[in-house]
Design a protein around this ligand. Structure first.
Ligand SMILES: C[S@@+](CC[C@H](N)C(=O)[O-])C[C@H]1O[C@@H](n2cnc3c(N)ncnc32)[C@H](O)[C@@H]1O
Length: 233
């Protein structure tokens, strides 16, 4: 992974997307088998947050679909669908999307980047970004959040999951040697601040203990897009 050290120089959107696509296409089957194995403790906490997100979507009463941005093999689109929520998944990795379609050929999965969403303005009931923003170079994160703020309906919930750190440095993030592709750990406070600049307000958060010494904890941040936001994006 050293060839791809994320701190060497800024990447443009195209380079970042192509890097992620290449890396996840190479590990898609392995990733899928790991995801399907699950983890009882972390899995229970994860489902609690995803179900809280789902409850907010249902309470919002929108007829629109939920977007799983960076859906990987599609397990959360499947989960949301089984819980009565219309959802679709996008991912830059065609191999991931092929796997998602194999499991659920009846659900919509598309190869697409969250840096350039096809959804029209204010057309999405809620957005899930489950460990998918972690590969976005920090200087490109605002471009993703502009897209999220553009497509989400007023008041729609956003759930972000990411590896986190309490001491990520002055900028709020630090590079992380992820097994699949270069990644970045954030502090939840820094993520909340970035979200605020795009009219998302934090509703709550959760930390899942690190799986082993030296590994980062996982953080969940549940936010809502302000119905009548005023921030300049
Ligand atoms: C760690 S995996 C998480 C997959 C799934 N969300 C899960 O929870 O298992 C990260 C996924 O995000 C996707 N991804 C990363 N950057 C993306 C982008 N800009 N647009 C769409 N997908 C992206 C990757 O291709 C990969 O499938």
């Amino acid at each position: 992974m050293s060839e791809l050290c994320p701190t060497v120089r800024p990447m443009n959107e195209h380079e970042a997307v192509e890097r992620t696509r290449r890396h996840y296409d190479a590990v898609a089957e392995l990733y899928d088998s790991m995801v399907r194995q699950g983890d009882d403790d972390a899995g229970a906490l994860t489902r609690a947050m995803i179900n809280a997100f789902a409850s907010l979507v249902l309470a919002g009463g929108s007829d629109s679909a939920v977007l799983d941005a960076g859906c990987g093999p599609g397990q959360w689109v499947d989960h949301l669908d089984r819980n009565g929520i219309r959802a679709y998944g996008i991912d830059v990795s065609p191999a991931m999307i092929a796997i998602a379609r194999q499991y659920r050929p009846d659900l919509p999965f598309e190869v697409e980047s969250m840096l350039q969403l096809k959804a029209p303005d204010r057309s999405i009931a809620g957005i899930l970004a489950h460990f998918s923003l972690i590969h976005t170079p920090p200087d490109l994160l605002p471009a993703v959040l502009v897209e999220f703020a553009r497509v989400i309906e007023p008041g729609g919930p956003l759930l972000i999951a990411a590896q986190i750190s309490d001491s990520p440095g002055d900028e709020g993030w630090t590079p992380y040697d992820h097994r699949a592709s270069p990644a970045y750990v954030w502090s939840l406070d820094a993520l909340t601040e970035r979200l605020r600049a795009h009219d998302f307000t934090e509703l709550g958060r959760m930390r899942i203990a690190a799986p082993a010494q030296g590994k980062p904890s996982a953080g969940y941040l549940l936010a809502r897009h302000n119905a009548y936001g005023s921030a300049q994006i």
